[in-house]
Design a protein around this ligand. Sequence first.
Ligand code: SF4
Length: 486
Amino acid sequence: MKKHLLTKSAYRYGLVCDRLFWIYQNNREQLPEVDESTQAIFDQGHLIGNLAKSLYPGGVEIDWSAGHEAGITQTGAAVGKRKPIFEAGFQHGMTHARADILNPSALGKWDLIEVKSSSGVKEDHLSDVAFQKHVYESAGVPISRCFVMHLDRTYVRRGDLDVGKLLALTDVTQEIKPFSAGVPAEIERQLSVMSQSEPPEAVIGSGCNGCVLHDECCSFLPARNVFSLNRAGQKSYDLMNQNILAIKDIPEDYDLTQRQSIQVACEKTGEPHIEPQAIQAFLKQLKYPLYFLDFETFMMAVPPYDEMSPYEQVPFQYSLHVIQSPGAQTEHYSFLSPGVTDSRPEIMSALKKQLGQTGSIVAYNAAFEISVLKSCAGHFPLYGAWLESILPRVVDLYIPFRNFHYYHPDQNGSASLKAILPPLTGQGYVGLEIANGLAASLRFREMVFGNLEEERKKEIRNALEIYCQQDTEGMIGIIKALYSFC
Ligand code: SF4
């Protein structure tokens, strides 16, 4: 086993979970490979890091490719030049940290700038900066002020990228003080955990959500377990601590919400729960023609288009099925952005024609579709009045499922379209190259901003069309199924 120095990444893990920390430090090979979406986040982080450096012209970049000792030596030489330093690294005992940017300040001190691709300062950034400050000062590098540089979501791109406005600098010198106080003791504690011969036991808690070792640590849980109990929060942990792991094993008299009780009852009987009157009341609000609408969107840390902000959801595709009257054939319209240019004006213009003047516009979790439309109209005010005129026509197909007017045990506590569709209609996403919104977004970005062969681009376009169409066809199937219950 190779022992690693205690870096800022390791320190952050140590604050979350001793087991994760121990494995990261002592047996890193046990960690699964980084998945595609995490890699995309890392890539955006590197991009932001490089843009941040451009704000400090004349800076010296430390080259760590020749190894740790060479990097430390280079850093020592750079410190003497009193210029901005990128990736300056210092070691003190078993601790080691590299600063994204060190900027010379008055009296021979340095400002520490930690660059993040988030749109604000988070608590774990403060503990990260506090750890770094401790390492640098322990290594003899005095720090005067600490900053987190992050994206400014109020920035709207207009023309060339303005990095000075894209990135905001927040002074966290005061905010890190409560975190700094505990750093020496926490380092001692983590070094002690690191020296243990075996990994600590898993302690399942909220920190496990999204952890790379989640599946391994939670492998003792059955497939339909108390963590899929609808909106359960702490209740799931309480049940687990009582060794009640499967939904079907939750006692009848356990304190559950009405929806949780429905879920548990369905799990025990294997039968769906159906409330015909409530479903009928929902269906009554539908007015023909019916328009079934679904957007696919993407977002990027660095907006590639004018009139776009960091991490703004921008539509690149929609699918629209229309049924003019009961029993009529469905009509299908779709749009998929042809390339690198912003398609929002075309999307708004096409929808303005295709959505007509009357009839219900049905979306699943319509708040998302509405937010996308409002965002577009915000940037393109030409469509503001039209948008206001269609909003009263929007019907959210999510509502009967969110309210458990229909629930099938195979939903496993979820009311998402992906969870509803297979048990209710027999339709689904199995076998599709693109089977969820995240994959659609990643493929689109790869197709448009990546460096792919034409053949592969065609394959992705095809897969995107199939996926988005499946969402709106699925909604039609759901409506038919709901009518069959009344
Ligand atoms: S899943 Fe939970 S217990 Fe396991 S390593 Fe991750 S945070 Fe720790």
